[in-house]
Design a protein around this ligand. Structure first.
Ligand code: ZN
Length: 250
């Protein structure tokens, strides 16, 4: 069982550039020294997926405490587009920005994306001066969201972390997607003739094309790791886990 993914930090050397990134799981209590129960496994952070509204609304506050966040995250109205919201002042707007990514140079400004099969992507400049969190599904990829996100950094050298999402082992797609992605990103089962797309590989390729050389992939498939992560494909109506990034003051 996984409490949280934070192997993003392995992308940076020492001294620490002050970038923190965390990917939550279904678990809202640390595992240390306690027996896990079903009650601990309900850390849905999205309000739009039909979970108990009292529970869903209380989890963002729980999130702040659980990970000792410096501020409430900037949540987004994610629409599978390519808009990246630039957070330039630490101001809370009344409505959620319609965007599938956010970027900032501010300290202690927590950025967040919610996923359950789509890929969460974290970007940061190697000096830690700017960070971004991006929601990357196949539609976003096809419309160029990775290039849009990288362009927000004005050519600065970047580190990228691709978090847990549906893997090529489980992402069955229709042949209509072939016009959106290179042929070698697909694999076909020779018996059933079912077609699978390698979403993490597609994202990695777009990052490389955009000039990002320091890339780490979690290698975690949300369906294979269903005990720890939410999977929309596997479960239908389900929760969302959050990927967060922010700058500490160093
Ligand atoms: Zn899988």
């Amino acid at each position: 069982m996984i409490d949280e993914c934070s192997d993003f930090h392995g992308l940076f050397g020492l001294p620490d550039q002050g970038v923190r990134a965390i990917c939550t799981t279904r678990w809202h209590r640390p595992a240390s020294g306690r027996i896990r129960s079903k009650n601990d496994q309900d850390f849905n952070l999205a309000a739009h997926v039909g979970d108990d509204p009292r529970r869903v609304l209380s989890n963002p506050a729980l999130l702040l405490r659980r990970f000792n966040l410096p501020a409430e995250p900037v949540w987004l109205d994610q629409v599978h587009g390519r808009n990246i919201h630039k957070v330039v002042v630490p101001k809370k707007s009344a409505s959620l920005p319609v965007a599938d990514g956010a970027t900032t140079r501010l300290h202690h400004q927590v950025l967040a994306v919610l996923t359950a099969d789509c890929l969460p992507l974290v970007l940061a400049t190697l000096d830690g001066a700017q960070v971004a969190a991006v929601h990357v599904g196949w539609r976003g990829l096809a419309s160029g969201i990775i290039r849009a996100a990288v362009d927000c950094f004005n050519g600065a050298p970047l580190a990228a972390w691709i978090g847990p999402g549906i893997g090529p082992c489980h992402f069955e797609v229709g042949p209509e997607l072939k016009e959106n992605f290179a042929a070698d990103l697909f694999s076909a089962n020779p018996v059933s003739n079912r077609l699978f797309l390698d979403l993490p590989q597609a994202a990695e390729r777009d990052l490389t094309t955009a000039g990002v050389s320091k890339i780490k992939t979690s290698g975690l498939c949300t369906v294979c790791s269903i005990e720890d992560f939410y999977s929309y494909r596997q479960e239908g109506k389900t929760g969302r886990f959050a990927t967060l990034v922010w700058r500490e003051a160093v």
